[in-house]
Design a protein around this ligand. Structure first.
Ligand code: FES
Length: 378
């Protein structure tokens, strides 16, 4: 089915450049695919620079460098510089492992606008257990201080799960201490490794209610001063699905490390053939490729979405979630209380009360040695 004739396609305003799936951390909430590609298939510098040029020419304005850990790419500074010259607003989404004061300065000279550092907990013990790496907290703490000292706007990202939700207040205090500008307290999204680990990660409704109360009380005490906290609860406790990616193929374009072009970071698992920037121009991909047109508009929608008066608000929810939970990417997102599959969400919430399967640590295709982490010439 091709919905293109009925849907006006604007530019991909937001480009996510997933530079590598390699990562020095092992967080069980990672949303990278569990089938990680080979590092040898990654786009080279020239190919990435071309992707950035093409996307900007199409009207992309926001650019996120992400991964895996984007700092593992020694050509990151080159990409940042090129993006700045093209006029992108650039954001580095990093674990902070691999940053040094000098590299932060070098990225600034290259034109980087914004840095987002992830933490896994409020203290070294919790942080390093979840991250699966010793001294990770210490490194992140130092680098967050340096990011602020060097004048960047800074976002801290804490993925909240059953493992660390009891630390919400301490996390907020830590964020104040680090003088963050924005802080995302975002409960895990259940994709990739996080989907396989969902029973260990999904908090109970009561835990979420308690955490939200703490966040609200803390905000009241701040009286408008200090970091701005954004608390994001899992859609599993909602009655309507999220408008995933602001609608398929409407705003977001993700380029995976091997050059696959995707409407969202998880789409590769879907039974669709996605194009690769090694074979096709970004303009052809965005405007004409079957996979990008597949869920544009509403003609693909099943019931109850088709006759729902909220279909233009949530676009039928998340295609990846529908596929993971029902095996059919065309179905209504089971989060919706009108979905005939909504019981699957209820069952997942119940199962998470008593996890039976072991917690999986996120692994890489290759082992990342300390020598791989900071080897850029400064
Ligand atoms: Fe793929 Fe929602 S994450 S459509």
């Amino acid at each position: 089915m091709n919905n293109q004739s009925q849907v006006k396609v604007g530019p991909p305003l937001w480009l996510l450049a997933e530079l590598t799936y390699d990562c020095p951390l092992h967080c069980p909430y990672c949303s990278n695919p569990t089938e990680l590609g080979d590092t040898k298939d990654e786009l080279n510098t020239e190919q990435w620079l071309d992707v950035l040029t093409q996307a900007r020419a199409m009207g992309a304005v926001q650019l996120g460098f992400s991964g895996g850990e984007p700092l593992l790419r020694k050509d990151l500074e080159q990409m940042v510089k090129h993006s700045r010259e093209l006029g992108f607003y650039t954001n580095l989404i990093t674990s902070g492992i691999g940053l040094t004061e000098k590299r932060i300065a070098k990225l600034k000279v290259a034109g980087l606008d914004h840095i987002q550092i992830s933490f896994q907990g409020a203290d070294p013990e919790m942080n390093d257990i979840i991250a699966g790496r010793g001294n990770a907290f210490e490194q992140k703490f130092k680098m967050a201080q340096s990011v602020k000292a060097q004048g960047y706007p800074m976002v801290l990202n804490f993925v909240i799960s059953k493992q660390n939700i009891s630390q919400v207040e301490d996390i907020m205090r830590l964020s104040c201490q680090l003088n963050a500008d924005y802080v995302e307290l975002a409960t895990a999204q259940y994709y990739g490794w996080a989907y396989d680990n969902r029973d260990h990660l999904l908090p109970s409704q009561q835990q979420l209610i308690d955490a939200e109360k703490i966040v609200n009380e803390f905000r009241d005490k701040q009286q408008g001063k200090g970091p701005q906290f954004i608390f994001v609860t899992p859609d599993y406790f909602e009655v309507r699905p999220k408008a995933c990616m602001n609608g398929w193929g409407s705003t977001f374009l993700t380029i995976a490390p091997d050059g696959s072009a995707l409407p969202c970071h998880s789409a590769k698992m879907l039974p669709l053939k996605f194009p690769n920037v090694k074979d096709k121009s970004i303009s052809d991909i965005w405007q004409q490729d079957f996979s990008f047109n597949r869920f544009r508009g509403d003609s693909w929608m099943p019931q109850p979405c088709q006759s729902c008066d909220e279909k233009e608000k949530d676009f039928g929810g998340c295609r990846c979630q529908a596929f993971m939970m029902t095996g059919d990417m065309d179905k209504t997102d089971p989060v919706c209380s009108k979905s005939p599959d909504h019981h699957l969400i209820q069952e997942a919430i119940e199962r998470a009360k008593h996890p039976k399967n072991p917690l999986l640590e996120r692994v890489n295709k290759r082992s990342i040695k300390d020598a791989d982490i900071v080897q850029i010439k400064l």
